[in-house]
Design a protein around this ligand. Structure first.
Ligand code: ADE
Length: 232
């Protein structure tokens, strides 16, 4: 997969150079290129934003440099799906990450300031928000999307790992423990030390259900519905 990022803060993307994403780049599973939006401006001040028509505070990212950047990048990332990160977008989730991981390429435009000229949406395939909160820019959301998508690419994680993810199974993960068995008087649940795999599996399922019901009732509802369907 090829991923191109269009941003006014290229230096923010340093974290992509560590850990699992770094390894995926080294293995050539993914190629990531960061582009500075200012390099696609034509005026001497390299202006990427302007005041909104109709008045109001804040600045709006201009459409000309964004169109120029996407058109330039499409020469290299011909089938790349174009994403705009914005609080106004569709809510990102694991299903969306899975769908995007099947694409040949992605071109991510990082939104900024008070917004992006609406005409940009004519060249965008997906407008995506990562949650119901407002960040200072679309760079962190772009990184969240890239991290989620890259770990799903073939060969990046052990074969069985993504299947057992929270959300793919419609439940949050069960509690995990590692050595020591007792830490500051806090004991690892006895069942996990028992070696009884059937009981362990039962306990984990119960814990995952309890946690999901309590913390994410909307996910739990979907899980129950799915179970009903499977029992039909
Ligand atoms: N830009 C600012 N906040 C955002 C969010 N929650 N998701 C995507 N882009 C954003």
């Amino acid at each position: 997969m090829r991923i191109d990022i269009i941003t006014i803060f290229p230096e923010i993307f340093a974290p992509l150079n560590v850990s699992i994403v770094k390894r995926a780049v080294e293995k050539r599973t993914v190629e990531i290129k960061v582009w500075n939006l200012r390099d696609f401006t034509k005026d001497k001040h390299k202006k990427v934003d302007d005041t909104p028509y109709g008045g109001g505070k804040g600045m709006v990212l201009k459409c000309e440099p964004i169109f120029a950047a996407v058109e330039h990048i499409k020469q290299y990332n011909k089938k790349g799906k174009v994403i705009l990160t914005t609080p106004q977008g569709y809510l990102f989730n694991q299903g969306m990450a899975k769908r995007l991981s099947g694409e040949e390429g992605l071109i991510i435009i990082c939104g900024h300031y008070e917004g992006v000229d609406e005409r940009v949406s004519s060249i965008v395939d997906y407008e995506i928000s990562i949650g119901d909160y407002v960040l200072t820019g679309g760079e962190l959301p772009a990184m969240v999307i890239i991290d989620c998508v890259v770990r799903l690419l073939p060969g990046v994680l052990p074969k069985e790992a993504p299947v057992f993810d929270s959300f793919s199974q419609h439940l949050l993960d069960w509690p995990s423990y590692t050595k020591p068995a007792v830490f500051r008087e806090m004991k690892v649940p006895e069942v996990l030390l028992s070696g009884n795999h059937k009981e362990i599996a039962h306990w984990r399922k119960e814990q995952a259900e309890k946690r999901t019901k309590e913390r994410r009732p909307e996910i739990y509802k979907r899980y129950l519905k799915n179970q009903e369907k499977n029992n039909e």
